[in-house]
Design a binder for this molecule. Structure first.
Ligand code: SF4
Length: 225
């Protein structure tokens, strides 16, 4: 008998969840030590590094942050800097004009509204200049252990290929991932999916032949064609 739309959806969801369980188990076993590739030593440095990493590589950001953090080790020191001085330190990352402005605005807001501390909730973090949902989620999960998954371009792409989500926006993908990934694994899942997207499930030619989760991935054959 022909399945109804509701039944087809239920089967699809069941398959997605079954595969997700296998895929998450594989990541858990094989990427247990996954972590951010940005260098930082405290919450302030992490939020600065994540702001700088928008549409830029972590490697490039890690090249500019040692000197930047040495000159501006705290929100107070950065808040008192001039635009030109900050720009000089970060001019080799993408969009240095905007990012210099954002860093100055963020430092001032931290000093004026948060006692020079990086706030711990996604909602508060999102009020900082230059800090969108993705950056807020990264900082909240890494520093404060808040169970949220930051959806960047890698997480977005890999989630679609793995059949975890059909979401059209990062927020929709985040919602779908929240249905699949248990609370206690959301912080790690963010790193699993980012690193998998950065090194294996790359944008142009995903390396399906050497991918550890290929046998559960609905895109493996499509990508191999
Ligand atoms: S099998 Fe291919 S498409 Fe699927 S996750 Fe692995 S690399 Fe990506």
């Amino acid at each position: 008998m022909e399945k109804s739309g509701k039944e087809r959806k239920a089967v699809k969801r069941w398959r997605r969840n079954r595969n997700a369980g296998e895929i998450l188990a594989w990541f858990r076993e094989n990427m247990a030590s996954a972590k951010s590739e940005l260098n930082y030593t405290n919450p302030f440095e992490l939020v600065v590094a994540v702001v700088l990493s928008a549409q830029c590589t972590d490697k490039r950001v890690n090249m500019v942050t040692p000197a930047l953090f040495e000159r501006f080790p705290s929100p107070d020191s950065l808040a008192g800097a001039s635009f030109e001085e900050v720009y000089e330190y970060i001019k080799s990352v993408s969009f240095p004009n905007n990012k210099a402005r954002h860093l100055l605005g963020m430092a001032k807001r931290l000093v004026e509204d948060f006692g020079s501390q990086v706030p711990s909730t996604v909602e508060e973090l999102e009020t900082l200049p230059g800090v969108g949902r993705k950056t807020a989620n990264v900082v909240a999960s890494i520093i404060y252990g808040v169970p949220v998954i930051a959806v960047d371009t890698h997480v977005f792409r890999v989630s679609h290929r793995l059949g975890f989500s059909n979401g059209k926006t990062p927020l929709e993908v985040e919602g779908d991932l929240n249905e699949i990934v248990p609370l206690e694994e959301r912080a790690e899942a963010h790193h699993w999916l980012i690193l998998h997207g950065r090194y294996v499930c790359v944008a142009r030619k995903p390396k399906c032949g050497s991918c550890g989760v290929a046998k559960w991935c609905p895109s493996a054959e499509v990508q191999a064609e």
